[in-house]
Design a protein around this ligand. Sequence first.
Ligand code: DON
Length: 557
Amino acid sequence: MMQLRRYFLACVLVLALPVHAAEKPGKAAIASAHKLATEAGFEVLGMGGNAFDAAVAVSAALSVVEPQSSGIGGGAFFLLHRVSDGRQVMLDAREMAPGATDARQYLDAKGELDRDKSVNGPLAAGIPGEPAALVWMAEHYGKLPLKKSLAPAIRLARNGFAPDARSLMFLGLRKDVIARDPGASALFLPKGTVPVQGWVLKNPDLAKTLEIIADKGHAGFYSGEYATKLVDGVKKIGGNWSLDDLARYQVKEREPIVFQYRGHQVVTAPPPSSGGIALAEMLNILQGYDLSKIRGVERTHLVVEAMRRAYRDRAEYLGDPDFVKMPVAELISPLYAAGLRASIHPKKATPSDSLPGFMAPAQGTDTTHFSIIDADGNLVAATQTVNLPYGAAVVVPGTGFLLNNEMDDFALKAGVPNAYGLVGGDANAPRPYRRPLSSMTPTFVVGPERTLVIGTPGGSRIITMVLEGILAWFDGDAPQKLVDNKRYHHQFLPDVISIEKDTFSLDERKQLQQMGHTLSEGERPWGFMNAVDWNRQSGELRGGSDSRGVSGTALVK
Ligand code: DON
């Protein structure tokens, strides 16, 4: 019976797919966290490239100009929609745990999690996926050779650029850890200190690394001379990578999570991201209310209750799909959401400890997202990261890139929060060759008349930010407005609604408290959302880059 129902649902979904293969925007839109990266994308479109070539250019340029957020030593998810055949796929270029991974490496003598080891230095680093993704995307989806699509990034690395105030602010935050590593401090702390604005960062080693990738493709980075240099360098500073780890690394093509919301198809990130499943749960719950008529506190309450329930399931079930069996079809089904919806009281908060399961708080720090629609209507939503700002804060001399600290995204010790306050258990335990669970949620929303491409950094808050962005888009907000909107977040435990300054009025806060909610206002804003949309009726393309980031740039041309 259940199977029949699923078959019926699948048929309805297929029939409901919006058809727009013949339509073209005629222009392109790119929104990214840095002007130089957005421009790199347009440069490559100008050479005759498509959205996927532009994504290679933007991604690689961000790796150069936003070293605090992402890089060649990190990982990424690229969500792609190809117009020519309607293919929708997510390239999983998430970092992979090295073969020597052993959870005990991250514990101190008393058996407690040693946070320094899980986020600083080479043990924090998974095997990078970013180089593999650039090559895969160019070879399988692009029109141009890597020599062309990587040219802007190579130029930026070699000629230099002036890091923006945000980069320097994060450098200040991570200065003490960077100072411990000769490779990282030679690059980022000239004269032993954080440089002032106007300083030009030239990175010829990174230019050479990118050239090797452009010349020799995947093998140029993951095997041979370059791999030997990298593995030796990692070992020398206390890491445990092997040549076999690098040789094993592969991009995985994953089928996206797809579901319907208010007559639109939502295409989003599958595991090892938790984002798409949580987004589906939340939107499926909210689909049962007429949100176009429900405003203010009443609406916030319902959205928070949806968040609370989805984040409970995240900790319980999700991990690397190649290692862990997950009830994905159930979690994203409207029937399951209906059950969750029925447990929501319209006027009273559900205490998280009355629901089964566990989880804790989160902080957004850095990572980066960009969104592209090209003149043919190809779409790319990409979120890429080295995890915390400046990753593990180590650079193998001669490579020019920081290693990530993505190992901290595993539940290194069951039930003990990671840097974002997220906890987990077996499903996300560190094991050789596993990919750590992520919150990165690159997403498309495709309706009969319009398309949205959206995503953001922000640690565990990524998923609720994408949710709020989508809800605002359905309310009629333009991309620039929806990326700038004030935010709120709930992740089951701690049982609080985190808010930015001025998210709610005093009166709204009082009403939410009367419903049983606890509010916690943070010092800093969070996220750096970049979104583009296309209205097929009017032909208009629009972009929005979060005003919270200083160099974010959305262009349409
Ligand atoms: O994959 C994840 O979920 C995290 N490593 C993302 C980190 C992040 O977004 C930090 N940024 N603001």
